[in-house]
Design a protein around this ligand. Structure first.
Ligand SMILES: O=P(O)(O)OC[C@H]1O[C@H](OP(=O)(O)OP(=O)(O)O)[C@H](O)[C@@H]1O
Ligand SMILES: Nc1nc2[nH]cnc2c(=O)[nH]1
Ligand SMILES: [Mg+2]
Length: 190
């Protein structure tokens, strides 16, 4: 069966080349800011995985990895506001320079909760690096140290971001066709 990646996508918002360029810039900035330090990158599953794997290769410092998973949107496209830890860190964050890596900050509810949670573990520092930020949607304040792209209030997919678990493997960030939403909404009612 052939797979046409563009079938469900209205348009490409950020191309593969633009993503690669911006990831390089972020990596260089992080390398400069953390010179002489080791970084504990904490990826928020699952959306951040693609961005994190590219970002770490753009950083020329010792980097270790850990992951957290929090309760998700499910098949809905809006946040419930309730954050639950589904998978906690495997390593101790105490005295570490923690860099939280996210694919997108939307309402800010996920990271607002996670930053407070991680700060309580006495790390040496905590900063956020997100690929995308949608400031128009913010409900909770989040301080972002590194932001790849500020985008308008579109529901985007690709490069880790899903809609009902699909489209994460697209190498670009795209805007979904409204018809895809509508048919998903209808089948959810049945
Ligand atoms: O700023 P917020 O409104 O809290 O939303 C952002 C969060 O929502 C998405 O994850 P999701 O819960 O959909 O899970 P996923 O990463 O597994 O796709 C995204 O990856 C962020 O983690
Ligand atoms: N895939 C996806 N997940 C999100 N979670 C919050 N905003 C978004 C978005 O625009 N796309
Ligand atoms: Mg996520």
């Amino acid at each position: 069966m052939s797979y046409n990646m563009m079938e469900d996508v209205e348009r490409i918002l950020i191309s593969e080349a633009e993503l690669a360029q911006r990831v390089k810039e972020l990596g260089a900035q992080i390398t400069a800011d953390y010179t002489g330090k080791e970084i504990l990158m904490i990826g928020i599953l699952r959306g951040a995985v693609l961005f994190m794997s590219d970002l770490m290769r753009a950083i020329s410092l010792p980097v270790s990895l850990d992951f957290m998973a929090v309760s998700s949107y499910g098949v809905s496209t809006t946040s419930s506001g309730v954050v639950r830890i589904m998978k906690d860190l495997d390593e101790n964050a105490e005295n570490k320079h923690v860099l939280i890596v996210e694919d997108i900050i939307d309402s800010g509810l996920t990271l607002n909760y996670l930053v407070d949670n991680l700060k309580s573990r006495r790390p040496a520092s905590v900063k956020i690096c997100t690929l995308l930020s949608k400031p128009d949607r913010r409900k909770a304040e989040v301080q972002i140290a590194y932001n790849g792209f500020t985008i308008p209030d579109y529901f985007v997919v690709g490069y880790g971001l899903d809609f009902a678990e699909k489209y994460r493997n697209f190498p670009f960030i795209g805007v979904l066709k409204p018809s895809v939403y509508q048919s998903a909404k209808q089948s959810a009612k049945i």
